[in-house]
Design a protein around this ligand. Structure first.
Ligand code: PA5
Length: 427
């Protein structure tokens, strides 16, 4: 399959996917393309990157400059789609060590109900200057609501009500929800989550943009990448749309009996990006007893654990290898006169080069072992290409769900546990 767009290259190796088989979906896909275009609810994300958000981006940049100036720590309160995207981008684009050196340390809370976590967090920030960004579209989700109650009391105790109000920024619905009411009453600054964009499709709105900008990541480059994707992937023809090809490949494999998709990367900074992807696909597709189970691995680490199962175990999964050709920072293997470890044959090569070859070797070995392998390749791990990839996956996900005839934009199954928990809490 040849390179179509400038920014992503979708291929597959030795699996049940033939070009003929993929092409058979041409008409179905163009019908689904128009179905998505015409869908009336929660598709605001579809053309969002193509709209002019200059004023909003400027406002976010100003607030984030203020945060970097006046805080050591930004506490981001949110869960699911109101948390995973920001964390994914931040981890992918900030250094592995001393992340706080990049301007600010971003700490997340409200994704769990661990008393130990919140207790230790409040102790950790006691001597630090703090800002809080609480993010919730509904404004009433239990985990962030509980964490925000604790954070708000902490901030008011530390700074007094007036200064706390200046340091708490709320990202929520324009009109409804408990959080909106709290924010209005207390006079907190607010960013709006567009009404027609659901949680897991909202990373490119203030939900993801404010925390990311606070860490000094170039949100304009991120949005430019997403815009390029929105333009290139607005193509109804399967033949010319890499997102649709990816959707069709995984759908064919699902129909062939593979029930697990393993997203694999070779850069550990993408671990949280995997989590974002997992939520996007799992919550969008897993309905009506249908859908691929989205799972993730990080190579080469996991080649020394679950790699055995992938190569040789039950044939229930296929792999999607995500690869960025260029990673900003690298390290060269030096010659060593002793050569006691016998590694001089690698002298002069870089770690990233070796890692890329290990990716190639892994793809070949897994394909030979009968594991279908889809490969997604992007030129560079930077804000632009991450923006591109985020949009790519959102578009592929919506079409994948349509291929299964499920609604990508609801999550009825998530309500079940909440109902039981509230009963037990005697609400
Ligand atoms: O994708 C979704 O809609 C969910 O994962 C939500 O983002 C998550 O439940 C958090 O919801 P809220 O932003 O309303 O607190």
């Amino acid at each position: 399959m040849k390179l179509l767009s400038k920014s992503i290259h979708t291929t597959h190796l030795n699996c049940t996917l033939s070009e003929e088989h993929i092409k058979r979906y041409e008409h179905v896909i163009s019908a689904l393309h128009y179905k998505l275009e015409q869908a009336s609810e929660l598709t605001g994300w579809l053309h969002y990157p193509q709209q002019n958000h200059d004023a909003l981006l400027t406002q976010i940049e100003q607030v984030s400059a203020e945060i970097r100036q006046e805080a050591d720590v930004l506490i981001v309160v949110g869960v699911g789609g109101s948390f995973l995207g920001a964390r994914a981008i931040l981890d992918a684009l900030t250094p592995y060590f001393g992340r706080q050196m990049q301007g600010i340390e971003v700490i997340y809370v409200g994704q769990n109900m661990s008393g130990a976590y919140i207790n230790q967090l409040l102790k950790y920030i006691v001597d630090k200057r703090v800002y809080v960004n609480v993010i919730s579209k509904s404004g009433g989700t239990m985990e962030p609501a509980l964490a925000f109650r604790a954070m708000r009391q902490y901030m008011e105790g530390k700074y007094g009500e007036q200064e706390a109000a200046r340091r708490i920024i709320v990202t929520t619905d324009a009109e409804k929800g408990i959080l909106k009411g709290i924010a209005d009453k207390a006079g907190y600054r607010q960013f709006v989550i567009p009404d027609d964009i659901g949680g897991r499709f909202s990373v490119l709105t203030p939900v993801g943009l404010l925390p990311v900008a606070a860490a000094d990541i170039d949100i304009r480059a991120l949005m430019a990448g997403a815009k390029q994707a929105a333009e290139e992937l607005d193509e109804p023809s399967l033949e010319h749309n890499d997102a649709y090809k990816y959707a069709v490949m995984r759908h064919i494999l699902y129909k062939e009996g593979y029930k697990i998709e393993l997203l694999a990367s070779f850069e550990p900074s993408l671990n949280k990006f995997h989590e974002w992807w997992k939520q996007l696909f799992g919550e969008s597709e897993g309905k009506d007893k249908k859908g691929l189970y989205p799972s993730t691995v990080n190579f080469s680490t996991d080649l020394h654990s679950i790699g055995q199962f992938i190569q040789d175990g039950s044939p229930i999964l296929f792999e999607t290898l995500l690869h960025f050709q260029s990673i900003q920072s690298d390290f060269t293997v030096n010659n060593d006169l002793r050569d006691e470890d016998g590694l001089n044959y690698l002298a002069g090569r870089t770690f990233n080069e070796i890692n890329a070859l290990s990716k190639q070797g892994t793809a070949l070995a897994h394909a030979e072992g009968g594991v279908p392998v889809i490969q997604l390749e992007l030129p560079k791990l930077d804000a632009f290409h991450l923006g591109y990839l985020i949009y790519f996956f959102m578009k592929a996900c919506a079409i994948s769900a349509y291929l299964l005839d499920v609604n990508p934009f609801d999550q009825p199954g998530v309500e079940a546990y909440k109902k039981k928990m509230l009963e037990l809490l005697d609400k």
